[in-house]
Design a protein around this ligand. Structure first.
Ligand SMILES: O=C[C@H](O)COP(=O)(O)O
Length: 251
């Protein structure tokens, strides 16, 4: 049985004081972690505040990116080793904003996923198509290519521990959510891709999130789909009330 995982991706929002205030507002209201995993991925500059504030709560701290090296001459980059030392549990890898604005390739995503595992954390690997690709009927091919490249060289055991986030680029921050049928279709295709690359047991164990304008008013319907195990949420994760409604979608 896959445990649902709702992860807020704050992107480049919030400062340490706002981070502490947010965590203080949600920490005693989060769902039982055996039913839903509640995760916040903060900017690197807020990680210390997030981890300290979330101590003694079930909120799981995450980061939005990491370099694939542990240390060295990589100006401006964030070490996965230091993130792990600070207490981070998940790292988002290959978000479409990183692929688009910072030219991260499938190969970079694969290296980063391996570095995240090498440092004892778990990657949330993002995949998804543009509107042009969807309109050209290329979604499934594109997404399975991204999945195959991201997982290259990972063991079945690692794949069972990571999370894949399906985020259609055209639905991110636009208010245009994929319909639950569209989201389910691609998440099912991702699971079938994992089954082909590994085996059915691995595919059945891997959690797949949907991301793209997930909100309190559509989370229930999306989460009701058999192959959607969670959400990667941008805008609607920035307010405590809205984040709490998302993680409590089962209530
Ligand atoms: O990582 C989160 C996604 O990019 C979705 O963002 P959004 O919920 O603001 O559309």
């Amino acid at each position: 049985m896959r445990k649902p995982i709702i992860a807020g991706n704050w992107k480049m929002n919030m400062n340490p004081d706002e981070t502490r205030a947010f965590v203080a507002a949600v920490k005693n209201e989060l769902p039982d972690p055996s039913k839903v995993e509640s995760v916040i991925a903060a900017p690197a500059v807020d990680i210390t505040a997030l981890v300290d504030a979330a101590k003694d709560s079930v909120l799981v701290p995450a980061a939005q990116n990491a370099n694939d090296h542990e240390s060295g001459a990589y100006t401006g980059e964030t070490s996965p080793k230091v993130l792990a030392d600070l207490g981070v549990k998940y790292v988002i890898v290959g978000h479409s904003e990183r692929r688009g604005y910072y030219h991260e390739t499938n190969e970079d995503v694969n290296k980063k996923a391996k570095a995240v595992f090498a440092n004892g954390m778990k990657p949330i690997i993002c995949v998804g198509e543009s509107l042009e690709q969807r309109e050209a009927g290329e979604t499934e091919d594109w997404v399975s290519t991204q999945v195959e490249a991201a997982l290259n060289g990972l063991s079945a055991d690692q794949v069972q521990q990571l999370v894949i986030a399906y985020e259609p680029i055209w639905a991110i921050g636009t208010g245009k959510t994929a319909t639950s049928d569209q989201a389910e279709e691609v998440c099912r295709h991702i699971r079938e891709t994992i089954a082909k690359l590994y085996d059915q047991t691995t595919a059945d164990a891997t959690r797949i999130q949907y991301g793209g304008s997930m909100k309190p008013n559509n989370v229930k319907e999306l989460m009701a789909q058999p192959d959607i195990d969670g959400g990667l949420v941008g805008g609607a994760s920035l307010q405590p009330d809205s984040f709490l409604q998302l993680v409590h979608y089962q209530d």
